[in-house]
Design a protein around this ligand. Structure first.
Ligand SMILES: Nc1ncnc2c1ncn2[C@@H]1O[C@H](COP(=O)(O)OP(=O)(O)OP(=O)(O)O)[C@@H](O)[C@H]1O
Ligand SMILES: [Mg+2]
Length: 481
């Protein structure tokens, strides 16, 4: 449940929005003018603020300025009437999370609010390090920890401690599920930029064309469908930290632009020649071997060397079994609390079983099994039978039965969907987003498989015939075909 503050002098709209958010399980408060909103946000903490522009007394932008100068980090969405795009852009420059043009569609608002709440969570849920490394005392609630007692993880903590406060870019590498995102968030929380925004962008999930808009923004008319100007993540995050997740999947043209942001702090919005200067710290992560990507011509060498200056490598869990007991203790404690269980002990046998497993999915997989085990546990001792580790199926990326793996895949895919839908919302005229997603997926798989159709079809789990049809439909054949 999140706490949302609505500020609008239109009581009808307040009533409507209150019902909408309450139905989603949020706690909603409201004010009808800027002054009382200010008093309210100074007195209590909110997770999201929706602010109308046109109000008697302080208008929305003036209220926004006051909120920001009171060092309140809660994301603010400014609502303005159509035809006042300039106000909207101004709002973004003043540090609004985003803006909504009235009248708006409920679905669009819901998605925007969900995104803003996620950014709020990433910023406010502190990732703390072992106390030997950190000087700030971890907050009492809403925090998560990076756990690790092994020598390898102690090195990682030391490195985080050394680089967090320096204003340099950091490249975080490691297999899937080893904690790359967690490390990025820890760096942010221990940096001088902790009061400024932290925004994560996943380079692998957004189709290329949309991705550049997302990062750099665009001007009205920049391309068909760009009916309003859009402020990209770099601009929104001025003064803050941008986390480029899965940077190995970024296209070469975008890489060139990102390099320029890294080197000069400059870029242009799509469709504009005005250079925009920003001050952002870039953290990047990848599970790919970038050196191999460079060899294949898929990653820029100059960007690699620029990023690699500070590199934190996360070892897979199978290479540090000594971390298993501490992680087990941490997760069992967390999940017991979350599910109101009182699991106080972990049987030696259980620990032994967990230590000797190879953890192809690293910490994420261990976390999954422990969540499940805590839920299944009836007494206060976690027994070996509560943890069902499948014999590793050949070629499977993660443990568990096929159904379980598909279920996990489904969940991870579901996490990507809101981003895609929001990008679709930004188009003036409806686009066939299903087709665009399918096209992007297939085009990418073909590229990665060097256009070998048999291999690509196999990887996508479709027949070769189906693949051929799609290649024709989307004109995805290699030049000359
Ligand atoms: N050392 C750790 N201590 C506590 N929790 C951890 C640790 N490492 C990973 N986790 C947890 O495991 C899960 C996966 O971590 P995270 O998302 O950071 O991995 P990742 O390397 O970004 O994976 P991917 O490449 O798949 O995106 C998260 O829920 C995270 O909180
Ligand atoms: Mg990740």
């Amino acid at each position: 449940m999140s706490k949302i503050l609505l500020v609008d002098n239109d009581e009808g709209l307040i009533h409507f929005l209150t019902r909408l958010f309450a139905k989603q399980g949020h706690e909603v408060a409201s004010c009808t003018d800027g002054m009382s909103a200010l008093a309210r946000v100074k007195a209590e903490t909110f997770d999201l603020i929706l602010l109308d522009y046109k109000m008697p007394g302080l208008n929305g932008l003036e209220t926004l300025v006051e909120i920001k100068s009171a060092q309140i980090r809660t994301p603010v969405i400014v609502m303005t009437a159509y035809g006042t795009t300039e106000t909207a852009i101004e709002a973004m420059k003043l540090g609004a999370y985003d803006y909504l043009l009235k009248p708006f569609e409920t679905e669009g608002l819901k998605r925007l609010a969900a995104d803003a709440l996620e950014v709020n969570r990433l910023m406010k849920e502190i990732v703390s390090l072992p106390s030997s490394v950190t000087r700030i005392s971890p907050p009492l609630s809403g925090s998560v920890r990076i756990v690790g007692t092994s020598g390898q993880m102690q090195e990682v903590f030391k490195l985080i401690g050394q680089v967090a406060e320096k204003d340099v870019g950091v490249l975080i590498t490691g297999e899937s599920g080893t904690g790359k995102e967690l490390v990025a968030r820890a760096i942010y929380h221990h940096s001088h930029r902790q009061d400024k925004p932290f925004m994560a962008v996943n380079c692998a999930t957004v189709p290329d064309a949309l991705f550049e808009s997302e990062l750099f923004g665009y001007e009205r008319g920049a391309f068909t469908g760009a009916y309003r100007s859009y402020v990209g993540k770099f601009e929104r995050c001025d003064g803050g930290t941008v986390f480029l997740d899965e940077i190995g999947d970024m296209s070469l043209t975008t890489q060139a632009k990102v390099l320029r942001v890294l080197q000069e702090g400059e870029f242009e919005r799509l469709g504009s020649t005005d250079t925009i200067r920003v001050d952002v710290r870039i953290l990047a992560a990848t599970n790919k071997n970038l050196e191999r990507e460079i060899e294949k011509g898929r990653f820029r060498e100059d960007l690699y060397y620029r990023l690699k200056v500070i590199c934190i490598q996360l070892p897979p869990l199978r290479e540090r079994p000594d971390d298993v007991p501490a992680l087990v203790k941490y997760f069992v404690g967390r999940f017991s609390e979350e599910y109101g269980k009182s699991v106080h002990y972990v049987a030696d046998q259980t620990l032994h079983k967990l230590r000797s497993y190879a953890w192809p999915g690293s910490v994420r997989e261990l976390e999954y099994h422990l969540r499940r085990a805590v839920l299944l546990c009836k007494g206060d001792v976690l027994l070996a039978e509560h943890v069902e580790l499948a014999a590793e199926p050949e070629g499977a990326a993660q443990g568990g039965s096929r159904d379980e793996r598909v279920e996990r895949l489904k969940q991870r895919l579901a996490d990507l969907v809101p981003e895609i839908l929001r990008l679709a919302d930004d188009q003036a005229t409806p686009v066939d987003i299903m087709d665009l997603v399918e096209e992007a997926l297939i085009s990418r798989a073909l590229q990665e498989g060097d256009y070998n159709q048999v291999r690509t079809a196999q990887r996508l789990g479709i027949s070769r015939n189906t693949l051929r049809h799609r290649i024709k439909k989307y004109h995805l054949g290699q030049a000359g075909e």
